[in-house]
Write a protein that binds this ligand. Structure first.
Ligand code: UDP
Length: 236
């Protein structure tokens, strides 16, 4: 296997159903099965899930509340999503731990780096909830930071697009996909991979990112086995 320890980032929206439901049970179980497949190969898996299917801090103004309050609501939303994926993974027999950036002992452990690493070594899927625990950050930044902290080999950003394109493929039909691109070129070309805080963290710590389509069955397994899937972003 090419990677031994991975950090999988999924957006909250990825969990939601086509008719606007917060969760799509089929999708949830599909993701759980994809994750199980790599765990069965002995790969250590950590997960960060967004909260966009429930609430984003940027929506706070629209409901007339303060941004920071909204950010905390967004962080709590990621805990709900973390519990959902935890439930799905446990249903199919995996061992999991949900570690939160905001203390809430009744539902999850607090984030303690050494503990996270220990869980991974024991084969438990570790889910990082509540983001970093601070407002004005995103779950992409959480993914980058936690990946560095646990010394993951790679950040796998699962999206509904199968990689990084020269332009938005949903708007520009001539757009082509990069199979690999350097951090520098992503900056220079102004491509949108992650927010800048998240992206810079990866660049400065030489942590590769792979952007790929998580909805395509088998993709996660292919990536950890070393097949070229999606777009790999490295120092170049
Ligand atoms: N958030 C935050 N600090 C963090 C992580 C998340 O304040 O460390 C808040 C932020 O408001 C964000 C929301 O949680 O909008 C949900 O996360 P995100 O938007 O990254 O979710 P995604 O778009 O991936 O579903």
């Amino acid at each position: 296997m090419k990677y031994q320890r991975i950090l999988l980032k999924l957006s909250g929206e990825a969990l939601s159903g086509p008719n606007g439901d917060i969760f799509d049970s089929v999708r949830l179980m599909q993701y759980a099965e994809e994750i199980k497949r790599v765990v069965n190969e002995g790969i250590q898996v950590a997960i960060v899930i967004g909260g966009g299917n429930i609430f984003r801090g940027s929506e706070a103004a629209a409901v007339g509340i303060e941004r920071v309050q909204g950010d905390y609501m967004g962080m709590l939303a990621t805990v709900i999503n973390g519990m959902a994926i935890q439930g799905a993974l446990e249903k199919i027999g995996l061992y999991t731990r949900l570690l939160s950036g905001i203390r809430m002992e009744q539902v999850c452990e607090p984030f303690i780096r050494r503990r996270a690493v220990r869980h991974l070594e024991k084969g438990r899927v570790v889910i990082f909830g509540a983001g970093i625990g601070n407002p004005y950050f995103t779950t992409d930044s959480t993914a980058s930071l936690r990946a560095i902290e646990i010394e993951a080999d790679v950040v796998l950003k699962g999206t509904r697009v199968d990689g990084v394109y020269t332009a938005d493929p949903e708007k520009d039909r001539t757009a082509t996909r990069y199979s690999t691109i350097s951090f520098e070129d992503v900056y220079k070309k102004g491509l949108n991979v992650m927010d800048m805080t998240a992206f810079t963290l990866c660049k400065e710590n030489d942590l590769p990112i792979i952007v790929f389509d998580m909805n395509k069955p088998g993709n996660l397994f292919k990536i950890v086995s070393g097949e070229e899937v999606g777009t790999l972003i490295t120092m170049g």
